[in-house]
Design a binder for this molecule. Sequence first.
Ligand code: FUC
Length: 798
Amino acid sequence: MGKLVHLTCVVILLNPPLLSQSDTSSHFVLWYAQPATEWNEALPIGNGRLAAMVFGGIERERVQLNEETFWSGGPYDPSRPGAAKSLPEIRRLIFSGEYMRAHTLYARTQMGMPVEQMKYAPLVNLLLFFPSQREVTAYRRELDLDKAVASVTYNVGDVAYRREYFCSPVDQVILIRLTASRPGSISFVANLQGVRNIEHSNYGTDYFMMDGEPPNTLVVRGRSADYLGVPSRLRYYCRLEVSTEGGTVSVDAIDLRVSGADAATLVISAATNFVSYRDVSANAQRRVKATFARIKGKSYESIKAAHIAEHQRLFRRVSITLGSSDAAAIPTDRRIKTFTSHPDPDLAALLYQFGRYVLISSSRSGSLTPANLQGKWNQDSNPMWDSKYTTNINTEMNYWIVESANLAECLDPLVKMMIEISRGPGVRVARTHYGAPGWVLHQNTDLFLACAPMDGPTWGTFSTAGAWLTTQMWDHYVYNGDTAYLRKIYRVLKGSVEFFLATLVVHPTRKVLVTCPSTSPENFPKREGNGRYYDEITGLDLPGTSICAGSTIDMEILRALFADFAESSTVLGVDARIRTKALAARARLAPLQINNKGLLDEWLEGWESLEPQHRHLSHLWGLFPGDHINPRDTPQLADAVRKSLNARGDGASGWSQAWKINLWARLLDGERAFKLLGNLVTENTVPNLFSGGGRVMQVDGTLGCASGIGEMLLQSHSHEIALLPALPSAWKEGRISGMRARDGFELAFQWQEGKLVSVTVNSLLGKNCRLRYGETVSEFATTRGKRYTLNGELVLQH
Ligand code: FUC
């Protein structure tokens, strides 16, 4: 068995919660007056490993299941031997302006093999067929975010039916409990069905086998699909056991029949043989049987109580109220539609808590993988963008709330991934493709940690994805001050710095340091030579090539990476020589430029964009998630960002609008941030509150939206904590407690009539605290573990 790196991020909880828990409870419910008719209406439950979507059907219930390590293919290495040889010529072509030729050479020599990555796949569907029900009344389907329990209730005649669904992180099972107000009323047939992958086979049984095991069990055994020449190596096993109170249970082939029961409990678990990105030697069936053995003798109520307690340990750290309105009584799907026409501040609070719920449910300490493009919820064998990790914005955005929303340990799976990449696959690609030390990750990765440039040079040339994620690894230290953690991730930082110190090149005319090849993710510059052409890698007609040197985002990320590394090596007292080099290189990076329209240049050469309203906002990185642009310290740059944002417009995809909320909040423009929130909710939010719209749900927009709401209420950067920095007039009164700020602070504050009333600060690390509310600033030394209360004018109270 391969070695697994398991990390637990330390969270320091010194004081009890700052406000009462009443804010966390009943109004954090998503509810609907009808069953889901499609996947975007179904309700997500998950424990970071297993995930399910609950449809709540009356006569036909569907619960669609995923297991985080079930992907197509198996371990593989897409790095391309000999790739580094062509690098000098690609650079020469770029610097001499022959971009299309550089693109073609890159395409032919640098792209990973295979050029695409593996796909996150659905596991099974549980179907429950109930006898036909006439005259169903009082139907309600809900997801209680505070308990992490979904439920369905309805009446037939005078019988009240209730179903509950949850996915326990404690016992690693999904539980479904069916009850009725009259004894003997529960009858149904259950099927546990494999998922037919029509792109790979005309029939299902090449990929899975379903079986009934009397007296009360259904199982599915399956395997992953071969994909792009990568052989199927994953195996899974999924098991359903049913127990009843009263009535009978029988199994006939693949049908499990329950008749005349008073209540029924369905227990499902699943596993694969995945151990690590290069090891698939576990036994899936043995894993699942061990899970069932561990819960033997436990009651439904005790499993549920342990589940709720564990969920609330994380969920209840933050409470938020933004004011209520009568809209809270309206079903969630209808509230989305009326968000901009009817005051509903509480929906923003619900979206914030939904984001936290989604992260808790898809990325837990102990999960083997981070939240992917769809979190862990995916029903398609061939999902959009493979439901993998797109690392030119999407994976990063998934984790923007992790620290401020007080969920630090949910970062663990991403930390684990980064450590593994920086020790293995990323090192191989650095060596093979660049002849460089350290490690590198391009614009995508997957379960097997592919790090080579993927998909085509238009996208794959993004070489700072790993550096971006590394800045998020550092941020965890800034929030929590845990040096043991810093030691564990130090090599991630150092390896990334070593890679860029070795690969940055001097721009021949500007004499600054640049990345080359480079790109500004997915955007095409308007420049000579760009025009439609047939791209031999993708087989698509594309508008040109995006290849360049020293894109603005690369420079911004590296400015942050080098600074973070310098600080980390100082804290640990190591590598003074590399620190000096990193800081020297930082000072020589291509500077940010403002063009004659007052916009921030996206490219060094000052090109405009072929698509002025492009969804990516890469060059604005320095404002957010970065922090070296801000209205107070760099007003001219902040103004250029503002103009650039205006030029980009308020539309685009869900995650793009979510990014814009964060950016407008950092520009201290609460009204505009609120407008973007309205656009995101009404244009790109589906009934179950996931953001997506367009072609598919992606959790990035959901989590980025929660981050944006957080940034409107509290910001911490440049060693300063800003309270209500971008409060829109729509949120007149509110309170929040449990939000975290950099340098180890936990805050609670309230406001009335749009004005701060009081704030309480818990000091977790004993650092200097500098609070800002508008132009009022208060600065004071703190003692670790002590709590400080201030009034609305930021005067310390005793
Ligand atoms: C990036 C975006 C797309 C999509 C994909 C998963 O490539 O440009 O819009 O979100 O990631």
